[in-house]
Design a protein around this ligand. Structure first.
Ligand code: ADP
Ligand code: GLC
Length: 475
């Protein structure tokens, strides 16, 4: 079975968040299971691309409105990521270093989708499944079915659309309608939601199946999806929740070259202590105290705006008895407020504002607890990395966090769970963490329990295969 994954991000080519981790791992596991999965990304002028070798396998041009763009399909020569990687290079549009935030982002992603479809169409390919991730590639199922240019060859190919974040829709106004090739106007309404072109809504309506990255998030979208609640309610029968896995080659606490010492799942104490000492030495913190960390984008969905108040209250209440470390980047006001806290708590609080993949590995390995007070968390990978690195996750019960973390007070539990994204609930969970840490044998027992869990991709990749098979019955 031949599958193309299309997305804006893929680790290690271009990463902003968990979307990249998923697109960089799932195809590899699918190939190991005997499928033929490839990834197609926009070209990014970034380290991975500069350091890899490519062959140009297709050259053509595509029309965006009145402007014609030459494009090239670049294929990575060695398949070193465990899958065929294709980049779409469009001089003047897809040749830049950043992934998002250019003023002509809509043009970039529409051109990306058109160039992909032109390539598949003109090179006479017939993949079994086109698997699109998030709104950046949400117009593909519609265009395959309802544009005159592609309908004839592509309308029978099955499409799967995975929602990693239903809060962002990529909507734009009808003044950009001309960027699309000629469409069958009887179906133009499928593009629309609330008077605009809405790629996320359009994908949900036009794909053969959509998935969310956890079962709980599938239900949540019907009550909270930034205006698409009704759509998810009526299209519900087409949806399926499949929890993400993690790439256990990249996130392996025994072989991870980015951390100080290996952590043995059956006897984690020694490895945890060594990693914690190294992390605390780097940040000049006392390794005898419990260490609670936060890693993530500083945005409202992650509850980052709550951290300054919650941290200052807890650090005051547990004066000199707990350390807190924050690694993140995003909203400037939140970052400023988090940095400012250092002056108030010079002995027990540290921040690193920025993106640092290696440090993230060290924080998962060296912390005792990892805090995730998310307001919205479609799956969440941080808690899965924590579980694998023996770090107790402290999570708000939402989305994928509900599906992956059980409170240590419940049967077979190992984490700390709370109900509300509020400073009060965060402070209460920190109280529980500080108290739990006083019984280090209990913490060690929880570590062993969580490190024995299996969140590798194997099971979830199988669920995707079953879903593909349900769409492409053997005749
Ligand atoms: P999201 O995709 O919504 O940001 P996920 O939990 O799915 O959330 O994935 C976040 C990913 O990004 C994880 O791999 C996490 O380690 C990484 N990450 C987030 N912020 C940083 C940062 N500042 N430095 C390094 N890695 C980060
Ligand atoms: C999104 C979600 C996150 C999820 C990730 C990968 O960025 O916010 O919860 O883990 O996608 O699916």
């Amino acid at each position: 079975m031949k599958i193309y994954h299309l997305a804006a991000e893929c680790y290690p080519v271009a990463k902003v968040g968990g979307l990249a981790d998923v697109v960089g791992a799932l195809p590899k596991y699918q190939n190991e299971a005997g499928l033929h999965a490839s990834v197609v990304l926009p070209f990014y002028d970034r380290k991975f691309v500069q350091e890899s070798e490519f062959d140009v396998v297709f050259v053509a041009s595509t029309l965006l409105g009145k402007k014609r763009y030459e494009f090239e399909i670049w294929k990575e020569r060695t398949n070193k990521l465990g899958f065929e990687l294709y980049l779409i290079f469009i001089p003047g549009l897809l040749d830049r270093p950043e992934i998002y935030s250019y003023p002509d982002e809509r043009e970039q992603f529409i051109a990306f989708q058109l160039a992909f479809l032109d390539w598949i169409n003109w090179s006479q390919q017939s993949p079994d499944i086109i698997h699109c991730h998030d709104h950046h590639v949400g117009l593909i199922p519609f265009l395959m079915k309802h544009s005159a240019l592609y309908h004839k060859r592509l309308s029978k190919i099955k499409t799967v659309f995975t929602i990693h974040n239903g809060q962002y829709h990529g909507a734009f106004g009808y003044e950009k309608f001309d960027y699309l090739p000629e469409v069958d106007m009887r179906f133009a309404g499928l593009l629309d939601w609330n008077g605009g072109i809405n790629p996320l809504a359009c994908a949900v309506k036009c794909c053969d199946k959509y998935t969310t990255v956890s079962p709980s998030y599938l239900h949540e979208l019907t009550v909270r999806s930034n205006g698409l609640e009704y759509l998810f309610y009526i299209e519900g029968a087409k949806g399926q929740g499949i929890i993400n896995g993690i790439d256990t080659d990249v996130w392996n606490p025994v072989t991870d070259p980015m951390i100080k010492a290996p952590i043995d799942a059956l006897d984690p104490e020694e490895g945890k202590v060594k990693n914690k000492k190294a992390l605390c030495a780097r940040f000049d913190l006392d390794p005898e105290l419990p260490l609670i960390s936060f890693i993530g984008r500083l945005v409202v969905e992650k509850g980052a705006d709550l951290l300054p108040e919650a941290f200052s209250r807890s650090l005051r209440q547990h004066a000199g008895k707990v350390n807190i470390l924050m690694l993140g980047a995003g909203d400037q006001d939140t970052a400023d407020a988090l940095v400012e806290l250092k002056e108030w708590f010079p002995d027990n609080y540290r921040t690193y504002v920025g993106y640092n993949e290696q440090l993230a590995h060290q924080v998962y390995a060296g912390s005792d607890f990892l805090l995730m007070p998310s307001r919205v968390e479609p799956c969440g990978l941080n808690q899965l990395y924590s579980l694998r690195y023996g770090t107790v996750p402290m999570v708000r019960r939402t989305g994928g966090l509900i599906d992956t973390v059980i409170d240590f007070g419940e049967e077979d539990g190992y984490g700390i769970c709370f109900d509300q994204s509020t400073a009060d609930d965060i402070c209460y969970s920190i109280d529980r963490a500080v108290e739990l840490y006083q019984n280090i044998d209990h913490v060690d027992e929880l570590r062993q329990r969580m490190m024995a869990l299996d969140y590798s991709w194997t099971r979830s990749a199988q669920q995707y295969t079953q879903l593909y098979e349900s769409l492409t019955p053997i005749i």
